[in-house]
Design a binder for this molecule. Sequence first.
Ligand code: ATP
Ligand code: MG
Length: 630
Amino acid sequence: MTYAEFHRRSVEEPDAFWAEQARLIDWQQAPQSICDNSRPPFTRWFAGGTTNLCHNAVDRHLAARGDQPALISVSTETGVEKAYSFRELHAEVQHTAAMLQALGVRQGDRVLLYMPMVAEAVFTMLACARIGAIHSVVFGGFASVSLASRIEDAQPRVIVSADAGSRGGKVLAYKPLLDEAIRLSSHKPQAVLLADRGLAPMERVAGRDHDWAALRQAHLDTEVACVWLDATATSYTIYTSGTTGKPKGVQRDVGGYAVALAASMEHIFQGEAGATFFCASDIGWVVGHSYIVYGPLIAGMATILYEGLPVRPDAGIWWSLVEKYKVRTMFTAPTAVRVLKKQDPAFLKKHDLSSLKALFLAGEPLDEPTARWISEALGVPIIDNYWQTESGWPILTIANGVEKKASKFGSPGVPMAGYKVKILHESTGQELVEPGQKGVVVIEGPTPPGFMQTVWRDDERFVKTYWQSIPGRMVYNTFDWGIRDADGYYYILGRTDDVINVAGHRLGTREIEESISSHANVAEVAVVGVADALKGQVAMAFVVARDAAAVADEAGRLRLEGEIMKLVDSQLGALARPARVRFVSLLPKTRSGKLLRRAIQAVCEGRDAGDLTTIEDPAALRQVLDSLVG
Ligand code: ATP
Ligand code: MG
């Protein structure tokens, strides 16, 4: 089948198309309807059908591949490296399910995870799926206030955590942060289950805190069957990254998600049962939920759970894992590739990477120099894919499993199954159909399986925020700005918040960043629009130089600033030229690696930087401030 026919069927004959896709997973009871969009924008997929995510990820593989690896847990922080076969994973998940039940967890209850990248975290997620509890994973290492607000929102019966996480050899004790978060929250969990990694001492609260190892010991013989859940039941909630403001609690279903992931593993990731998938993300993010835990396992693949940095013990660590576990498919974020790009490229040549078929990158714009560098280094297709926490799986990418199609640098690709992607004029809501016209990227309902059901406990916020932001149109707003070319490829130009208006001309920060990053001495760049009395707004660029020595003194900084301005002039025109280029050694990012442009902009305009609970390193914002003064 061609991609065009595949996509056409998925949106024009959704019932027939998705009924076929639904056969990729096991059902206890077949769905009674496929797409129920009788109450838009609340689309219900596969209603009446009953299934279970854990069954599809684990149990159903026992017969064919019970002794093959399912979960490979690797920590370069603690030195732990352990593979669990599907059979062993099945056993661990049942122990964990029994432990949760013993602590009072019932179907529909929430279980909040505040955990490092350890196998127990995956056991817990799957155990929740098994018994119909709703998991809510909070990125490990978030401070108490962020954690408290999520406890407040999820109202978990049980919280599962650990003594500590570790990053770059630095131990971060979780338990005191958790205790403080529970103190701050008005909702109190009934029980706290703690995995003790022996990294940090823990004070236990009598009657509330339970030890993982001890409780597991008591449940080694308890069998816990999968609960057959309605396809439209809730499987989990997860928060967006908080790049543009207060994070939103995304709620997802069971059946639609399972089908969407199974379909994506086939059409996009070209998974192969028995092979290995390595997604170097974190279980605290949606990419980790979909492609560390559920997606690969549903496809019968082994999945690598990696705790550690990409450059420790050296920049070859990921490639050594690719060689050792014969990784077929790899997935990470452009930010990680940029980190590796700063290291010696020889690390890539030291390992046998012949098992690797493709590298998928998502989460933020993939700039051309980064894409070219890793593409040349690995010699496999580099596949950009655009999605959101809200979507749960790629919206735009290349479906090489359907039809081989070339990627275009700078474009994540074309719409995936079920996605009716449109470009609309931001204020009139008019559809922009001509190639190259810039507008807001929206999705027309019904949204495909796997897409968010609603905002957790806030249907009104779901409708108002996402579906009623464009005048006269009920469409899902991605809040990203983009264009489509004559071949139907989309380009994401940045967030709608990030559009700069210079003397009446609208410019995407992404375009300016792309241009600047093509300079040989630019490792990373952030561009923001700053209020200007004369022009409305001007662009300000913050650059991390590849060669720090070149910007060590004022003369060097002025020289590079001049070169960058000239480059932008020649590529985009003088209007896009940044008013100032400032040099820093790191940029403010969220914990998920996204540029915090709103915070940079606020600092530039002398405003309060706002909610910074998701920032990776506050020192980066201080550098921005200092560079302005200097
Ligand atoms: P919040 O919604 O809380 O502000 P966030 O949007 O950063 O945070 P995520 O859901 O993690 O939270 O990120 C989705 C966003 O990331 C997209 O809307 C888009 O802006 C960006 N993005 C993801 N993948 C790509 C990609 N391949 N190319 C360009 N941008 C991407
Ligand atoms: Mg978002």
